[in-house]
Ligand binder design. Structure first.
Ligand code: GLU
Length: 441
C-alpha cells in the first residue's frame, strides 16, 4: 500500500500513534480526521484539542431483535456514535442503510461536531445507523424495529443529551415512532419536553415548518451568499445532481424556482439527461410514485459516463459518501462542486478538482440547513411554540449566510481552500469553549 505523505495524513498518523490506535490510510475516518487536523495545524491549536477531536466520546452498538410479518425473527445491528458535546447536547441523524459500518458512522458523527460548531449552534455531534434496507421492510416491520431500537438506546438519547434526526433512509414518520416510544418511557413530569428527543418530526407532532426542505433551502442560501463573489449568477446557471431523495429533490425544486436549469440526475436506478432542462417538480412526483428517476418521461436515459461528462456550472452530489472519486472527477466539467451529501468527494478527487480550478464548497457548510432547522424545532418544542415558515426561513438564511461569510473570511486568513477553512472556523470556536470550560474535574 502507498504511504500518503500529505500534511493531513501525517497529522492523522501522529495523533493515532499517540492514541495507540491503528488505522488504514484508505479508511474514511482516517481521511476525514486528517483534513480536520490539517485545519487544526493551520490554526496552531493545542495538542489537547486534536486529541479530543480525533476520538469520539462514545461508540454505542446495540443488537435489536424484531419479529417480521411472516413470524420469523431478525437480529439487527444499530450504532450511535457520540463524537463531542462540549458545545451542547449531541446532535445528528439516524440512517437506515444495509451496508453501514462503524467507521462510517464515526466519520459522520465527527462531521456533525464540525457542522454544528461552524453554524454556532449549541450542539455537539453524533450519528446513528441501523443496518437494514428499509425498502425490504413493511411499514409495520419498520415501526417495530424503530421502537425496539429506540428502547435499546434507552437513556443514551434524550432531549438534553443526544437528539437524533432523519438521515438517509429515515423520515418524519420514523422520528414520530422514535419520539412516541421515548415519551412512553419518560417520567410524567417530563413528557412534554420528551418530544424534543428527536427533530425532523411531522408538523402535526412537534415538527417545524420548513424542516423537510431545510437542507436544500440552506444549500441555496449558501449559493446566494457565495456565487456572486465568483461571478456566477444563480438564475443563469445549469446544474446536475447525484441523488433525488430529500436533499436532492428539494435542492432541485428550490433552484428551479430561482431560474437554474437542471440538466442531469443520477440515482440508484440510473441516470437521465435533458440539456434543455429537467422539470424538477415532475421528477419529484415520478420518484415519489416509482422509487427512482428511471423511466422519467421528461429526459433521456444515459450511462454514468455521460452523466459525469455533462458540462454544468454546479455539480451537486446529494446522496451517499465518497461517490465522486478521481475517475469521475477527471470527467467532470463544472465550475463549482456543491456538497449536498456528507463527505461525497474522495480526497484524491478533491485535490484533482481544486488543482483544475474548480471551487469545492464543503458539506459542513452546504448541508447545515437541516440541523439548523432541527435546532429551531428543538427550541420550539422547549418553548411550546409554533413558528411560521417565513420566520424559520428568515432565521435559516441568517445562519447560513453568516456561516458562509465565516468560511470565506477564514479561507482568506489562512490562505486555504474552503474545506480546510470550514473546519478551521469550527475548530476555533470549539477551542475557545474548551479554553473557557477546561476539563472536569
Ligand atoms: N442528518 C442531517 C445531517 O446530516 C440532519 C441532522 C440533524 O438535523 O440533527 O446534517
Amino acid at each position: 500500500m502507498d504511504t500518503c505523505d500529505t500534511t493531513a495524513c501525517q497529522s492523522a498518523r501522529e495523533i493515532f500513534k499517540e492514541l495507540e490506535e491503528m488505522y488504514d490510510e484508505h479508511n474514511l475516518y482516517f481521511q476525514t480526521i486528517g483534513s480536520v487536523l490539517e485545519a487544526a495545524d493551520a490554526l496552531n491549536v493545542p495538542q489537547r484539542l486534536k486529541l479530543m477531536l480525533t476520538q469520539p466520546k462514545n461508540e454505542i452498538m446495540v443488537h435489536c431483535p424484531v419479529e417480521m410479518d411472516d413470524g420469523t425473527w431478525k437480529l439487527l445491528k444499530a450504532y450511535r456514535v457520540q463524537h463531542n458535546n462540549v458545545l451542547g447536547p449531541y446532535k445528528g441523524g439516524i440512517r437506515y442503510h444495509p451496508e453501514v459500518k462503524l467507521d462510517e458512522v464515526k466519520t459522520l458523527a465527527l462531521l456533525m461536531t464540525m457542522k454544528c460548531a461552524l453554524a454556532r449552534l449549541p450542539f455537539g455531534g453524533a450519528k446513528g445507523a441501523l443496518r437494514i434496507n428499509p425498502r425490504d421492510f413493511s411499514k409495520d416491520e419498520l415501526m417495530r424495529v424503530t421502537r425496539r431500537m429506540t428502547s435499546a438506546l434507552g437513556d443514551n438519547i434524550g432531549p438534553d443529551y443526544d437528539i437524533p434526526a432523519p438521515d438517509v433512509g429515515t423520515n418524519a414518520q420514523v422520528m414520530a415512532w422514535m419520539a412516541d416510544t421515548y415519551i412512553n418511557f419518560a417520567e410524567s413530569s417530563s413528557k412534554v419536553i420528551a418530544r424534543g428527543v428527536v427533530t425532523g418530526k411531522p408538523l402535526e407532532f412537534g415538527g417545524s415548518a420548513g424542516r423537510e426542505k431545510a437542507t436544500g433551502q440552506g444549500l441555496v442560501y449558501v449559493l446566494d451568499a457565495l456565487l456572486p463573489g465568483m461571478g456566477i449568477e444563480l438564475d443563469k446557471v445549469t446544474c446536475s445532481l447525484i441523488g433525488y431523495g430529500n436533499v436532492g429533490s428539494w435542492t432541485a425544486r428550490l433552484l428551479q424556482e430561482r431560474g437554474t436549469t437542471l440538466r442531469a440526475v443520477l440515482d440508484h436506478t440510473g441516470a437521465i439527461l435533458n440539456t434543455s432542462g429537467i422539470d424538477a417538480e415532475a421528477l419529484a412526483a415520478h420518484v415519489l410514485a416509482t422509487g427512482g428517476i428511471k423511466g422519467f418521461a421528461g429526459a433521456d436515459a444515459v450511462d454514468e459516463v455521460t452523466f459525469y461528462s455533462t458540462p454544468v456550472d454546479l455539480f451537486i452530489p446529494a446522496a451517499l459518501e465518497q461517490m465522486v472519486d478521481l475517475e469521475h472527477a477527471e470527467r467532470m466539467q463544472c465550475k463549482v462542486l456543491v456538497e449536498g451529501a456528507n463527505a461525497p468527494t474522495t480526497p484524491h478527487a478533491e485535490r484533482y478538482l481544486l488543482d483544475k480550478g474548480v471551487e469545492v464548497l464543503p458539506a459542513i457548510l452546504c448541508n447545515a440547513g437541516g440541523v439548523t432547522v432541527s435546532y429551531f424545532e428543538w427550541k420550539q418544542n422547549r418553548q411550546s411554540e409554533t413558528w411560521d415558515e417565513e420566520v424559520v426561513d428568515e432565521l435559516l438564511k441568517k445562519t447560513m449566510t453568516r456561516s458562509a461569510e465565516r468560511v470565506l473570511k477564514m479561507s482568506q486568513r489562512l490562505d486555504c481552500n474552503m474545506r480546510i477553512a470550514s473546519y478551521a472556523s469550527a475548530i476555533e470556536h470549539i477551542d475557545n469553549v474548551y479554553e473557557l470550560r477546561g476539563v472536569f474535574p
